[in-house]
Design a protein around this ligand. Structure first.
Ligand code: PMP
Length: 416
């Protein structure tokens, strides 16, 4: 049966059908229909995700694993089915290679502390890029403080593109770990991650990819990328907050020491010593976010029903339209003009602070983000303390971009 959300051309989405799945889009803000252009901060959830979580709480709420009663077994099956769906979504070879975490941030901290920390010594280096989110900077800084290693930063050009050749040249023998963002949340740049992973692998350097802004927007295949770790967050991809994942090959997870101790991650405990469970349980100490896992599985089902190629094609068309429309506004400057971009447009306007832009256009029902976007070094590189940022999702339309433009022009008039 044809999926009702796919446009007949097969190169985009039936956005009206998608919008009907998102209850929040029915609401008004300050008397105007909501225009939600802050998906990079957190996406909205379709009813399919809300209902999957609601169904768990209403019908089979119970703790998972080891429970012999029916509710526990149903909850365990739903949680583990979600893991299988997440694994398929990123083309992981096995579901057991997907560790559920609180999100991208926790995934990166886990890798820094469990995988990288035992391997680093004074004089070693961790290599990242200048466009990283704070989540892919600070855990490595903490690690460097703990081990005496040094943080190295690969440069970006004035379009906001990674200087790949320089990054490759920086992959010296001292580099023991690389962290790179797949899609920048501040600039929208899509990085040539497969190339970076290929070069790093030739030199035996493990690579962690921060996929927080990639999984919502494009097909992701961890095997094709050739990375060693891939991290993402449920709430950026139309799923719940408080849940995300870390992918790594099983042999890597087996060799890593646990990150946190507690229930679930053990095999046998005695006061003399403890043996640990197999991955992924070894890294999932304590009761997990069960409803969150189930909701993330539903989000994956939802995105798969749309087709990630269709999602990417639809958003690319809207990004072009939005870029053109915003560029036509006098005094507006787009920050981040990489040739490969996903649905993020950072910008400034002459004479208006980004925070004022955001506050004023909220009164027209238009939600955007303003500030440093948790990527202070990247924004500062452009000589700015802050930008306004529009970020696109599967539910956005050209009419909404027109509403954004009208609101921005009204804001500019107030400051003229
Ligand atoms: N990396 C990137 C590129 C992000 O956009 C974000 C969220 N803004 C994160 C990491 C952190 O994600 P979370 O807060 O869900 O852990």
């Amino acid at each position: 049966m044809a999926d009702p959300h796919r446009a007949s051309s097969g190169t985009g989405l039936d956005v009206d059908a998608v919008r009907a799945d998102f209850p929040v889009l029915e609401r008004q803000v300050h008397g105007h229909p909501l225009v939600y252009l802050d998906t990079a901060a957190s996406a909205q959830r379709p009813r399919q995700v809300i209902e999957a979580m609601d169904d768990y709480y209403r019908r089979y709420n119970a703790n998972i694993h080891r429970g012999v009663h029916t509710l526990s077994q149903e909850a365990t099956e739903a949680f583990e089915q979600a893991r299988r769906r997440v694994a398929e979504f990123i083309n992981a070879p096995a579901a057991g290679e997907v560790v559920f975490t609180r999100g991208t941030t926790e995934s990166i901290n886990l890798v820094a502390q469990s995988f990288a920390r035992p391997r680093l010594a004074p004089g070693d280096e961790v290599l990242i890029t200048h466009m990283e989110h704070h989540s892919n900077i600070v855990p490595w800084q903490i690690l460097c403080e703990q081990t005496g290693a040094e943080l190295q930063v690969a440069p970006i050009n004035d379009r906001g593109e990674l200087e790949v050749d320089t990054m490759v040249a920086m992959m010296t023998e001292q580099v023991r770990m690389i962290g790179i963002v797949h899609v920048s949340n501040a600039l929208g740049t899509v990085n040539p991650v497969a190339k970076v992973c290929h070069e790093a692998r030739q030199r035996g350097i493990p690579v962690l990819v921060d996929g927080a802004q990639a999984t919502p927007h494009m097909p992701v295949d961890v095997q094709a990328l050739g990375c060693d770790f891939y991290c993402f967050s449920g709430h950026k991809m139309y799923g719940p907050t408080g849940i995300g994942a870390l992918w790594a090959p099983l042999e890597t997870l087996v060799a890593m020491p646990p990150y946190q101790g507690g229930g679930e991650m053990i095999s046998v405990v005695s006061f003399e010593g403890t043996t640990y469970n197999e991955p992924p349980a070894k890294f999932e100490a304590g009761t997990p976010h069960i409803a969150g896992g189930i909701g993330l599985g539903a989000a994956v089902d939802y995105l798969e029903s749309l087709g990630m190629d269709n999602v990417a094609a639809s958003e690319a068309q809207l990004l072009d339209y939005a870029t053109e429309s915003l560029s036509a506004i006098e005094g507006l400057r787009i920050v981040g003009t990489a040739r490969a971009k996903a649905g993020v447009i950072s910008f400034t306007m002459d004479g208006i602070h980004p925070n004022d832009i955001g506050t004023i256009i909220d009164h027209y029902g238009v939600a955007i983000r303003t500030g440093h976007h948790c990527a202070m070094p990247a924004i500062r590189l452009f000589g700015l303390p802050a930008t306004a940022r529009v970020s696109l999702g599967i539910y956005n339309t050209r009419q909404e971009i027109d509403r954004l433009v009208e609101a921005l022009i009204s804001a500019a008039r107030l400051f003229a």
